[in-house]
Design a protein around this ligand. Structure first.
Ligand code: TK8
Length: 339
């Protein structure tokens, strides 16, 4: 055998060997999933993100690894959504409201006073209507796995106690970057200002805005009570969060790996809802103890708000399509009749 031939054979077998090592290394290298979210680690969102990460590790036998990254360190909701669509980030959880610019049907969940209790929320979100809206994300490059509870939203501000609609007049109110929220609060008389959640605390602190609206849990975990004196329990909308995956990433996974993520999303959802509800039940007392002055909006006042919002309702119907709107109303009627 010539020297050249021996060298070639040796080189070829090294190449084969290193190729198979590379394959083996890839098999055991955990798939790293960056899972971004906007609230801090101590929030209900942070606790559930940890449950999701642990569950993925367990179900995949350690082969898939989730790194949960909170406090908008990967960017606010809108920025993360674009990173998922482009394939630069794998997963996130955030408000459905911040997805409306991508998937217009998501505006359904922004309908003021649509859902009146958590039982209705669970049935509607986990049922055919929730699935239909969630699946619309796919054509936009996102895969929605499960809805978590953000919760019923309430109003806080640093100016004055708000007990009726007119008290909102002129309040500089931060809203999510979403047209339904913007027109809802403009219609109710506030000076609505869209802003990313990650900028909210400092905007409240510097009085760039006077107020904001979020569920009890977020008002507590984001320490808004430090910069907001007044809270009005309005429950003006039930706000979901949604766990999403980059479709580009999803399509690279095996069926088994996809199942790990869906199953873990559901386990974390069930944990998250229980945890959020337990925290919300004590939140009013906690916020009072932190010095907030709390009022409840009367049912008569809520009715006045609803009447005032007729045009906003019509606008949502037109945006999401009357078919989905009517299906939702029919489904809610069914849920309400069943109890
Ligand atoms: C967190 C937000 C937050 C939402 C908001 O990223 O922006 O007010 O309620 O939960 O999505």
């Amino acid at each position: 055998m010539s020297f050249l031939r021996r060298t070639l054979i040796a080189a070829a077998s090294v190449a084969v060997l290193s190729a198979s090592f590379a394959a083996a290394a890839q098999d055991i290298k955990p798939r790293l999933i960056r899972f971004g979210y906007g609230l801090n680690e101590q929030s209900n969102q942070g606790r559930a993100a940890k449950v999701f990460a642990d569950e993925v590790a367990k179900l995949s036998g350690g082969k898939m690894k989730v790194r949960a990254i909170g406090a908008a360190a990967l960017g606010p909701d809108n920025q993360m959504q674009q990173a998922l669509i482009g394939g630069a980030q794998e997963m996130m959880v955030g408000s459905t409201a911040t997805l409306v610019g991508i998937t217009k049907e998501m505006a359904l969940w922004d309908t003021p006073f649509l859902i009146s209790n958590v039982k209705e929320a669970d049935i509607l979100l986990d049922g055919p209507i929730g699935d239909k809206v969630r699946n619309k994300l796919q054509e936009k490059g996102l895969v929605g796995l499960a809805y978590w509870e953000n919760g019923f939203r309430n109003l806080t501000n640093s100016k004055r106690a708000i007990t009726k609609m007119e008290d909102m007049q002129g309040i500089k109110l931060r809203v999510m970057q979403n047209n339904v929220f913007l027109s809802t609060f403009q219609t109710l008389g506030a000076n609505a200002i869209p802003l990313a959640f990650s900028e909210l605390f400092s905007a409240l602190e510097t009085k760039t805005v006077d107020g904001q609206e979020n569920p009890f849990n977020t008002i507590l975990s984001s320490k808004f009570y430090e910069v907001q004196k007044y809270m009005t329990v309005t429950n003006h909308v039930y706000s979901p969060w949604i766990v999403t995956v980059s479709k580009k990433y999803w399509d690279q996974l095996s069926k088994d790996e996809q199942k790990v993520l869906s199953d873990a999303a559901k386990t974390s959802r069930d944990f998250e809802r229980k945890d959020t509800r337990a925290e919300a039940a004590k939140a009013m007392a906690d916020l009072k103890a932190k010095g907030m002055e709390i009022n409840e909006m009367s049912p008569a006042e809520s009715d006045r708000m609803r009447d005032k919002l007729t045009k906003v309702y019509a606008g949502i119907g037109a945006d999401i399509g009357m078919e989905l709107w009517n299906e939702t109303q029919a489904e809610l009627k069914k849920i309400r009749a069943a109890k």
